[in-house]
Design a protein around this ligand. Sequence first.
Ligand SMILES: [Mn+2]
Length: 492
Amino acid sequence: MAKNKLIKRKSLLKLIKVAFSGLEQCEKIDLKDTYKLPPNKKIMIPLENYPLQVHIRQDAHVLHLYPENPLVEPKKSEQNNHFSDPNYILFDPENYYSHISAFYRLSDEDKIILGSDTTEKYSFLNTSKKLPKQQLSIANDEGKLIFKCYHSETGSCISPLFKEKKLNKINVWRKEKITKLAKILGDPRKALSPEEALKLIQKVNHIIEHEEYREKDNNDKPGGVIAIPDKMDVVIIGDLHTQLDNLLTILSQNNFLKALENGEACLVILGDAVHPEIEGQYGEMESSMTIMDMIFKLKVHFPKHVFYIRGNHDSFSEEIGKRGVPQGILWAKQLKKSRGKNYKKEMQRFYDNLAYVAYSKHFLCCHAGPPTSAVNLNALVNIKKYPKLMKELVNNRMQTSNRMSGYNKRDIKKLRHCFHQGDNTPFIVGHTPMDNDETIWENIGGISRHTVAYAANQEWVGVMAQIGKKMYPIRYPVEKLTALVGSEAKKL
Ligand SMILES: [Mn+2]
C-alpha cells in the first residue's frame, strides 16, 4: 500500500521534473559507432537495453555501462517488479570481472556527474583526478540514457558494445556461477534424506570444533571469536530468515564465489538464517531446513572461508518466536520429526559451538549489537562462561528514546577496544532492520561506521564487502534463482 503511494508520488515528481528540465530539447542520435559528445548539449541515446563504452575523456581509461538484466525473465504476472524500471550499472571493466568490485547503479530518474569533484566518491571507477570538476553527466530516463559533456577540450566519447559476446557478457558470466553453485549445492528443491542431512551436519560440527582462525577457550572448546586474517577480504551478509533466493543472488553476483574459491575472501553470515519473517509464514519450518542445508554445504565446501555467527533465532528456546508463533519450539519439533532425534542433537551441538563475534583489522561484526555490560577479549573467547554476554550479543538493540536500555556509541567503542580498533573501524550488525524497503543502513543512530545489514528483504539484498581496506555496501535486486540452480544441478 505504501508502495503504491510511493509510485504515485514518483510519477508526479517526474511530470514536474520533465516540465522544467527541458528533456524534450535533447538531441537524439543514431548510435552506430563511436560518437564524440558535443559540449554542453544533452544527447539522448535511442538504444535501450544496450551496453555502452564510455570514454570520459580521450585517454585509455574506459568505463562500461550495462543494463541490469535479470538472469530469469520475470513472469508476466510479476512485471511490476524491480526490473520494470530499467537500471544501468556503471563500472570499471578492468576490475569488474576479476575482483570483488563496486559499481554505480544508475536507476530510473537518476543522474551521475563524473569529474574531479566526484573522483573520491566514486573511487571504484578509477577515473582520473585530472578531469575538470564536472566533465560528463549520465542520466537514466525510463531506460533511455542522456549524456551531457561539459568540456570540449577534454571531450567525452561513447560507443555501443554491439558484438554478441559483449552484449551478453554479464549474464553469460553469471550463468557460469549458477553452474558452479549447482555443483556445490545440488538441487535445493530436493530435500536431503535424514541420513544425508545427518552426515552433512556432523561434518560441519567437526569442522567448527576445529575451526580455522578461532582461538579455543580455557576448556579447549571453540571460543566465541573468529579472528579473520587481515589479508583476507570479508563479505558480510545479514539475517537471511530462509530467503534462499537472496543468498543465491549474492553468490551469483560480483566475484564473491571466485574470491571464496581462490581464498582471497571469506563470507561471514551474521546468524538468523532460519525462521521466515513473512507474515502468515512464521510457523513454516521446511524452508529453515533448506537454507541451513545450503549453508552447511557451503561450509563443507569452503571450510576456511565461510563462517556463521550465532543469532538469537539459532536456538530451540521457547523465547524465540514472532507474533505469538513459538518458532524455536516448532523448529525443534520439525527437526525431530523429519530428521530424527540425533539430527536435532547435532543442531544443538552446532549452536553451542558457534562464535558470536568476527573481526579483522578492517571490520568488526556480531548478530545484534555490542554488550552494554562490561566486556573484554578474554570473556568473549570464553563466552560459554558468560551467558549474559551471549544473550546481549544476539539480542541487543540500539538505544532510542523508547528503549533507553539499548546500546549506544560508547558500547560500540568498548567492543572495538577489545580488538584494539579505533572509532573508524566499520562495525556491522544484523537483527534490526530499519524499514521495509532497504537491506543495508549506514551510520545508524548518527554513529559513524555503524551499519545494519539485513538480507531477508524480498526485493533487494545487500552485503557489506571489503574492497582494499574499505567496506562497501553492495546491493542487488533479488532474483528467483532457486529453480535455476536446481535445474542446472539436474543436468550435472
Ligand atoms: Mn535476530
